[in-house]
Ligand binder design. Structure first.
Ligand code: C2E
Ligand code: CA
Ligand code: CA
Ligand code: CA
Length: 279
């Protein structure tokens, strides 16, 4: 990058700088976002198959950026993970989701549960158990109404360690869910050892259900596997009535997806289908 003439210098450097600066700016903004209350949780309903009642919600992180608008996790989660900011953000998510759940309980939905996604870094923090215990206590939430979702890939990073962490968490009474199931490479033997109570079939398999028979075979196999291990099966990404019918037919207990309800801010959950449905 020495003196190749101004043109050579300018040709490469500005674009690289722009990307790097953009990322740096976003990291800085994200750091500030926490204090400036720009982080929000949206809640996507989980329905008892085929279409209700509502069993609970998955909390999904959003960032109300002052200039860029409402951002979804794909834009900022990788940065949050790389910089380690995900740990404090993730702890905020646990607290905020339980605070909201307490509000719903007091509004007449005492059976509703909430699921929170854990990133790999957060899952491996030795302080996670303490964070969860404190949040449950603070918001007076029975542990069995909190589900922690860990992706199959995260759980497989260090299988023995994951068994240890999940055992500690589930001893509290909290539920564990293996998210994005089918995209990783866990063995049957390992799955049996994991103290999880639920498998979530990855959206990719559900999405393609009608067009590719191969996916229908995979989904049937996952549901059968889960049942044989006494795990609840949640299908995410249900978008059509055909998918809903197929999954219900297989014995999939819980459905989640745009067909039944999109992620919404807490103040909009009363507009969801079957909001008043009895459990
Ligand atoms: P995920 O845990 O697999 O969550 C499901 C994603 O699928 C959500 O995207 C949800 O909005 C979307 N979705 C739900 N139903 C449908 C559907 O019928 N069709 C389609 N096309 N999409 C559907 P979202 O909210 O953008 O989140 C993306 C990912 O970001 C999540 O995937 C999760 O891995 C991560 N994430 C979200 N919130 C948090 C958080 O608080 N902490 C951590 N660590 N990760 C989070
Ligand atoms: Ca999830
Ligand atoms: Ca998922
Ligand atoms: Ca996913």
């Amino acid at each position: 990058t020495k003196n190749n003439g101004r043109n050579g210098y300018n040709f490469f450097q500005p674009s690289m700088n722009t990307i790097a600066q953009n990322q740096l700016q976003l990291i800085n903004d994200l750091w500030l976002a926490q204090d400036h209350q720009q982080l929000r949780l949206f809640y996507q309903p989980k329905y008892c198959a085929p279409q209700g009642p509502i069993l609970g919600f998955e909390a999904l992180l959003r960032w109300q950026h002052p200039e860029r608008g409402l951002l979804t996790p794909d834009v900022f989660l990788p940065l949050a993970e790389k910089t380690g900011l995900i740990v404090t953000i993730g702890n905020w998510v646990i607290n905020e989701a339980l605070r909201q759940l307490r509000v719903w309980h007091l509004q007449g939905h005492p059976h509703w549960s909430v699921a929170v996604n854990l990133s790999a870094l957060q899952f491996e923090q030795s302080s996670l158990v303490e964070t969860v215990v404190q949040a449950l206590d603070r918001h007076l939430i029975p542990p069995e109404l909190l589900t922690l979702e860990v992706t199959e890939t995260t759980a497989m990073r260090d299988p023995d360690e994951s068994v240890r962490i999940l055992t500690e968490l589930t001893r509290l009474g909290v539920k564990a869910s293996i998210d994005d199931f089918g995209t990783g490479y866990s063995s049957l033997l390992y799955l049996k050892r994991l103290p999880a109570s639920e498998l979530k079939i990855d959206r990719a398999f559900v999405n393609e259900l009608q067009s590719e028979t191969e996916d229908a075979t995979i989904v049937s196999a996952i549901v059968a596997l889960a049942q044989s291990l006494n795990l609840k099966v949640v299908a995410e990404g249900v978008e059509t009535e055909e998918q809903q019918a197929f999954l219900t037919g297989l014995g999939c207990n819980t459905l989640q997806g745009y067909l039944l309800g999109r992620p919404v801010p807490a103040e909009k959950v009363s507009e969801l289908k079957n909001y008043t449905g009895q459990q």
